[in-house]
Design a protein around this ligand. Structure first.
Ligand SMILES: NC(=O)c1ccc[n+]([C@@H]2O[C@H](COP(=O)([O-])OP(=O)(O)OC[C@H]3O[C@@H](n4cnc5c(N)ncnc54)[C@H](OP(=O)(O)O)[C@@H]3O)[C@@H](O)[C@H]2O)c1
Length: 307
């Protein structure tokens, strides 16, 4: 017998990331979106009336009539898996309310990422951090829990660093990014600012990359000690972040040796750090953001943290 799908709610379902959640969860074998939540501005409206042109229209054939509800556990009658695409300014307490009420919460916001017992999970990189939810539940005494996924730039970076870290160790990582407009949400950056332009500043982004990379690559209880330096730029592409990475490994390596463990663009020697350098490209909403959160939920389900 095929097990029934688990119900999922997307908080912030009308935003850039929320719409990607709804789209990626369409036809998911284990999960189905049964509720969508957003701000007061959208509550009570049919979902189709609240979204822009970002979502694939066929997804709305099934879900367009769902009425948007408030982002509170009181709005839900059954157990749900919660995907949060809320802005950081409001996400923290709302996600806690859901976890307190017994829901597993998978968050895209930065509010809880650095809490010591909240897994900052990028499943191909640090699946073993999932066990932190046990410590979190002991501390909070909540029936539910919060799992965070990294900032999208860090998700892409840490995925590329993992094979180097495991095989050679890492001493220093310098990364310079070219980040797509969709990373700023919707409506995001004003068109007059970004058209034919590069914006050499993304608020809080460099700090997030520098601290999250060490939490992800460390053990569940001890961050790595890599010196990470990031410079983040917004460029006029729609989706996908390109990152130019310069890495000094603890055990010296060559591009040829590194290529036995990883497959990325333009892997070559870096003479400034006496290390290697390469280019990596990832989809900020699929490899970071919503896609990473859904992978996290699949992992926690497979590991029986969600029954
Ligand atoms: N875009 C990316 O590539 C990316 C990558 C990684 C992480 N993130 C993170 O993902 C989160 C969402 O980003 P986004 O780009 O999707 O933002 P966004 O497009 O601005 O969407 C924000 C969503 O949150 C809802 N919302 C706002 N205030 C609310 C409140 N007080 N109560 C309930 N819902 C509220 C909005 O609903 P209304 O439409 O009703 O206002 C909307 O659905 C952020 O924490 C961001 O940092 C984004």
């Amino acid at each position: 017998m095929v097990p029934a799908k688990k119900k999922a709610v997307v908080l912030g379902a009308t935003g850039m990331m929320g719409q990607k959640f709804v789209q990626l969860l369409a036809n998911h074998p284990w999960l189905e979106v049964s509720a969508v939540a957003a701000s007061d501005k959208s509550v009570g409206k049919p979902y189709a009336a609240t979204v822009g042109g970002q979502i694939q229209r066929h997804v709305l054939d099934d879900l367009g009539d769902l009425q948007v509800v408030e982002a509170t556990p009181r709005a839900l009658d059954d157990p749900y898996i919660v995907f949060s695409a809320l802005p950081t300014e409001v996400a923290g307490p709302i996600e806690e309310d859901f976890a307190k009420a017994g829901f597993p919460v998978f968050s895209n916001a930065s509010s809880h990422r650095m809490d010591h017992d909240v897994p900052l999970l990028n499943p191909e990189v640090n699946a073993e951090h999932a066990s932190l939810v046990e410590a979190q539940k002991r501390r909070t005494q909540w029936d539910g829990f919060i799992v965070a996924n990294p900032n999208c730039t860090t998700a892409i970076l840490s995925l590329s660093l993992k094979p180097l870290y495991d095989r050679f160790g890492l001493e220093t990582v310098i990364v310079s990014t070219m980040q797509a407009i969709s990373g700023a949400g919707y409506p995001g950056v004003a068109s007059l600012d970004i058209l034919e332009n590069v914006i050499p500043f993304i608020r809080n982004e460099e700090e997030k990359v520098e601290r999250e990379t060490n939490k992800i690559l460390g053990t569940p209880t001890k961050p790595a000690t890599i010196t990470v330096s990031a410079s983040c730029q917004r460029v006029p592409t729609i989706h996908g972040h390109i990152e130019a990475v310069f890495a000094k490994t603890r055990t010296p390596t060559s591009p040829e040796e590194a290529a036995k463990s990883m497959s990325v663009g333009r892997l070559r020697r870096d003479s400034a750090l006496n290390g290697i350098k390469y280019i990596v490209l990832g989809h900020n909403l699929v490899r970071g953001g919503a896609g990473c959160s859904i992978l996290n939920a699949e992992l926690l389900m497979a590991q029986k943290y969600i029954q």
